[in-house]
Design a binder for this molecule. Structure first.
Ligand SMILES: NC(=O)c1ccc[n+]([C@@H]2O[C@H](COP(=O)([O-])OP(=O)(O)OC[C@H]3O[C@@H](n4cnc5c(N)ncnc54)[C@H](O)[C@@H]3O)[C@@H](O)[C@H]2O)c1
Length: 366
């Protein structure tokens, strides 16, 4: 199969759909890989790295789309790319169709095979192609939080690890899922005292089993949250209710209960945030202050660390890319039910229920 890797042209996207290591595996399996010139530069992968792995570099995005059977990328195609996508071409990327009717209609019209990273789902019901980005964001939350706790950044002026003779900082993590556990682990590694909350006792038992004793668990309730925000320096929001807006666990009136310079990193901002005063920010202007509480609410945190994010993403997409290239999409999806869940639009037909629901269209036929 001919696999194409275009450069991402969405604003502020620095990741790329495949690393040279991925190219190497495809070439080993007798496929051809076209990479657009400069596609990997912002992630630290240069044309010569791809060439050494066996790829051919093409000058323009148009050439990559025109010559490839399958396109592997990161973000959903933007309007300039719609007309480049061809009938029968596999497009394997994050689509998030439910958030754009225009994109959905364009992909229906293209009659391509759209396989969305975000709906590939394993037997346990987890989303393996979303997990790495939550891992990146969870770990980054502590790095960012530590920075904004510094006085020049308007924080409390607390060093998370403390020093001999001075107690460490205190980190409150809301949600013990992927983001929460990675955040707790990083904070614990710095020596901070960590409290992690969830409503799922299984998750709390797991945290209790695997984390050091300075990571303590508590059940997530309004009572406990009101108590804990008074004494914690950094609060990380990592809750998720599948398919719904995140619950407002911290309301506006609670900010007054926090000490001035407390920092909130609301990772759940992409689902509306779990803090009432959360509004999405960008890496250019990541924080704002309300009632002396610093809010960091960047909606695409992994975008700040494109090397790590690209490698983490392609580690998990590559096995599916190889299956698709080796077997074609029909056989690959017949054999791999997780991958089949990624099928969203096939040859002009919407095949994923969530999309029709989002736009109140006629339901998908079984
Ligand atoms: N900002 C970013 O760049 C970025 C990057 C990656 C992920 N995210 C977002 O981070 C959020 C968390 O993702 P995840 O992968 O960790 O999800 P997850 O499903 O692994 O974990 C969510 C956890 O929240 C818990 N939860 C639900 N209601 C709760 C409540 N009332 N109190 C406490 N805990 C509660 C769940 O039990 C679960 O353990 C999602 O909204 C995700 O989209 C944001």
């Amino acid at each position: 199969m001919i696999v194409g890797v275009p450069k991402e042209i969405k604003n502020n996207e620095s990741r790329v759909g495949m690393t040279p290591a991925g190219v190497f595996e495809l070439i080993k399996n007798d496929h051809t890989v076209y990479v657009q010139s400069g596609a990997g530069e912002k992630s630290g992968f240069f044309n010569q790295d791809y060439q050494q792995a066996g790829a051919t570099i093409l000058d323009t995005i148009g050439q990559v789309y025109a010559l490839s059977d399958m396109i592997v990328k990161v973000k959903e195609p933007i309007a300039e790319e719609y007309d480049l996508i061809q009938k029968g071409q596999i497009v394997f990327t994050y689509f998030h169709f439910a958030s754009s009717e225009a994109l959905t209609k364009a992909m229906i019209a293209s009659k391509s095979i759209c396989i969305a990273y975000e709906t590939v789902e394993d037997k346990e019901g987890t989303l393996p192609l979303l997990t790495p980005m939550s891992e990146v964001a969870g770990r980054m939350a502590i790095q960012q939080g530590a920075k904004y706790l510094e006085k020049p950044a308007k924080g409390r002026g607390v060093l998370l690890g403390g020093v001999p003779g001075v107690a460490p900082g205190r980190v409150l993590v809301l949600g013990a899922g992927t983001v929460g556990i990675q955040a707790a682990k990083m904070a614990a590694g710095l020596g901070a005292h960590v409290t992690i909350l969830d409503i799922n006792m299984k998750r709390l038992r797991y945290v209790n089993d695997v984390m050091p004793s300075h990571v303590v668990t508590e059940f997530s309730s309004e009572f406990n949250i009101r108590k804990l925000i008074k004494t914690h320096d950094l609060i990380v929001g990592g809750v998720l209710l599948k398919g719904a807006k995140a619950p407002n666990l911290i309301t506006r009136d609670m900010l007054k209960e926090m000490r001035p310079g407390t920092v909130i990193v609301d990772v759940a901002v992409d689902q509306g945030g779990c803090v009432e005063t959360t509004k999405a920010t960008t890496h250019e202007d990541p924080v704002y202050i309300i009632d002396d509480v610093v809010h960091y609410c960047v909606a695409n945190m992994p975008g700040a660390v494109p090397y790590t994010s690209t490698v983490a993403l392609t580690n998990v997409t590559l096995p599916y890319v190889l299956k698709l290239a080796n077997m074609g999409w029909r056989s690959a999806c017949n054999l791999d039910k997780s991958l089949a869940k990624g099928l969203n639009i096939v040859d002009g037909e919407v095949v994923y229920e969530g999309i029709t629901e989002a736009f109140n269209w006629e339901p998908v036929l079984a």
